[in-house]
Design a protein around this ligand. Structure first.
Ligand code: CP
Ligand code: NVA
Length: 305
């Protein structure tokens, strides 16, 4: 069987998508006694900071009987110019799988192309599929299903917005993105999501009006204004994104039982107010906790021998 990677939610079959959601529920309930990663060593190569992705993957790998090996990019020869292709080939002869957090999605694809072991996207500038699969799982747990639900993403048109467009469209949801004119999601991603929505009966839209997007939403979602790698643009991003805060006034536009979500880390008082983050609609910390069972399911799907 050819090795499987997890670089984006787009190529995932509906069968695998549904299996992952069901399996994650079993992991969450502690119903799975299997140790599908017994004796396997999974490398985590991270070029950016991480709390949730790194720790939840390390714990998930241990719970499945495997061994995580954290590889800080700063201590590897890639930092001194060794090619990704050569590194991927060498690491494939020691490891059973790789979780990569990097900047450019194309670099991730070079990793995947040259590694003979499964490669998992632990975040790139373009996509964050493990996060969004967790978010869809969290919504499913709260609402029973995904089809037809309206999710409004308010904020920067970044990796989170992109994976929400793709994953939500695949699941038949209505995804409405509101971002400043100069920070809209990537056009290619939007086209890909629109095609998926056409197949699933969902819809995708992009605009600049946060109030309009939030109207009657079942879910309000936001993310940091300054993503990793965008620090040099901080002042201009903060200025542009000021009108894109999830606060009590915006929450009033949504359905009364609307779920408030954030992938974290959060900057209270910027993209979300303290009151909304800690309010009754927020499922943010449960969402973070769900990274663990969802990634256990992803690891089993890709790595079970
Ligand atoms: N949400 C998320 O991926 O968090 P980390 O950057 O801490 O991994
Ligand atoms: N958009 C954020 C997500 C962090 C999980 C970033 O890339 O920094």
């Amino acid at each position: 069987m050819p090795k499987r990677d997890f670089l984006s939610l787009a190529p995932l079959s509906l069968k695998s998508f549904n299996w992952l959601l069901l399996r994650a529920e079993e992991y969450k309930k502690d119903f799975v006694l299997l140790r599908p990663l017994e004796n396997q060593v999974i490398g985590l190569f991270f070029e950016k900071s991480s709390t949730r992705t790194r720790v939840s993957f390390e714990v998930a790998i241990k719970r499945l009987g495997g061994h995580p090996l954290f590889l800080s990019a700063n201590d590897m020869q890639v930092k001194r110019g060794e090619s990704i292709a050569d590194t991927a080939r060498v690491l494939s002869s020691y490891l059973d799988g790789l979780v990569i957090r990097t900047f450019d999605q194309q670099d991730l694809e070079i990793w995947a192309k040259n590694a003979s072991i499964p490669v998992i996207n632990g975040l790139t500038d373009l996509l964050h599929p493990c996060q969004i699969l967790t978010d869809l799982f969290t919504i499913c747990q709260k609402r029973g299903s995904l089809k037809g639900l309206k999710l409004a993403y308010i904020g920067d048109g970044n990796n989170i917005a992109h994976s929400l467009l793709i994953g939500g469209a695949k699941a038949g949801m209505q995804i409405a993105v509101a971002s400043p004119k100069t920070r809209q999601p990537n056009k290619t991603i939007f086209t890909q999501a629109a095609k998926l929505a056409g197949e699933s009966g969902g819809s995708v839209s992009i605009g600049t009006d946060a109030k309009e997007a939030a109207k009657d939403a079942d879910i309000l979602y936001t993310d940091v204004w300054v993503s990793m790698g965008d620090e040099d643009k901080k002042a201009s991003l903060v200025k542009k994104l000021k009108p894109y805060q999830i606060n009590e006034a915006l929450l009033e536009q949504a359905k009364a039982d609307c779920l408030v979500m954030h992938c974290l880390p959060a900057h209270r008082g910027e993209e979300i107010t303290e009151a909304v983050m800690e309010g009754p609609n927020s499922v943010i910390f449960e969402q973070a906790a769900n990274r663990l069972p969802v990634q256990q399911a992803i690891l089993e799907l890709l790595l079970k021998k």
